[in-house]
Design a protein around this ligand. Sequence first.
Ligand code: HEM
Ligand code: FPP
Length: 349
Amino acid sequence: MATDLLTAESDSRTAVAARGEDALAGRADRTQVSSSSVDGQMAMEIQPLSRMHHLASTDVNAVLKDLIQLTKPRIVVMILVTTVATAMIAAGGTIALPTMFLLLLGTGLVAGSAGGANQIWERVIDARMPRTAVRPLPSARLSLAFATAFTASIGTMGVMILGMRFGLVPALVGLATWGLYVFAYTPMKTRTSWNTTVGAIAGALPMLIGYTALGGSLLDVTGWLLFAVLGAWQYPHFMAIAWLYRRQYDEAGFRMTTTVEPTGISAGWQSIIGSIVVIVSGVALCWMNPGVWPAAIGSVAVAAATLPMLKASIRFLRQRDDVTARRLLRSSLLVLPAVLAVVTVRVFL
Ligand code: HEM
Ligand SMILES: CC(C)=CCC/C(C)=C/CC/C(C)=C/COP(=O)(O)OP(=O)(O)O
């Protein structure tokens, strides 16, 4: 998973970026919108004229692939990992499979819709970065209308599933997260590097969807400690990315910590502080349930699980280059599930 992200910017990506800019600038004279009915659903895409023919199964697969890409699937999967943990912590026991399935479906659809709305909003600026130019909208593989209809449909379905099966609170938290991510975080990305803080709040709020869906309350300290773990984790996670893509961000016009403070010292410190807050909130979570020994063992386990990310943050601060940033990103993606596993298991001891 991490290898995809970490792959060096290739020439082909740059070429796609140029094509995407062309398409968005209306210079895509070799493209044409086509539509076809697939399993009762209208599927639309913009295809090169040379490929204009009846939609074969490969085209259907390509459209499905693009729709999945529109939802930022890797982020959604990781959000669902956090949802499983928070739901189990709130339930304090096992959860019936159909209940878990509906929770993951509802949360996944809302999160995917948020990713889609973000890509719709950023379709022009995304065409300027090799990393994002390959996305379905900047590279004109999906039409704006189809992407919008899909994003609205899955978002509505997700909120309805959460509301009807789990109640108003998780549904409203989902809606608020969507709104914060799309209407606050997304426009802030080109204005101020404080966007990361707003993004971290949006990224951490899904913790409260799973938590409130399975009986937790918004007034519980536990729910907010879970929120703090994910909120703080995003600093090392994103500072590594912000360093790796700093030139692309800068050239495209995004204001990130590493573009406004290019030495990386601020990014390094933010990663270290974020890692420490993950340990502190994780340890606090271990003490929220009775039992001194399980709490003490859990605390040591949380610290041990987060240590690779803290060490990688310190190494990055001391030697700010792509190698240390890649290690930091990789460790962040391993540390989050590990910490969540520890605090979840602790509840059952
Ligand atoms: C301030 C908040 C965050 C920012 C700015 C951020 C940004 C990013 C970016 C730019 C990528 C690269 C995507 C790509 O390769 O095109 C990424 C990857 C990823 N993010 Fe985040 N992210 C944030 C929060 C989160 C959250 C809350 C989660 C889930 C809990 C998450 C999980 C992931 C995963 C799993 C990847 C995939 C890594 C890979 O492709 O190997 N991120 N993030
Ligand atoms: C339930 C629900 C609504 C969940 C939504 C939560 C969500 C999608 C969080 C994402 C966190 C985040 C800031 C990602 C980066 O986006 P980016 O725009 O910086 O990434 P990009 O540069 O790759 O587009």
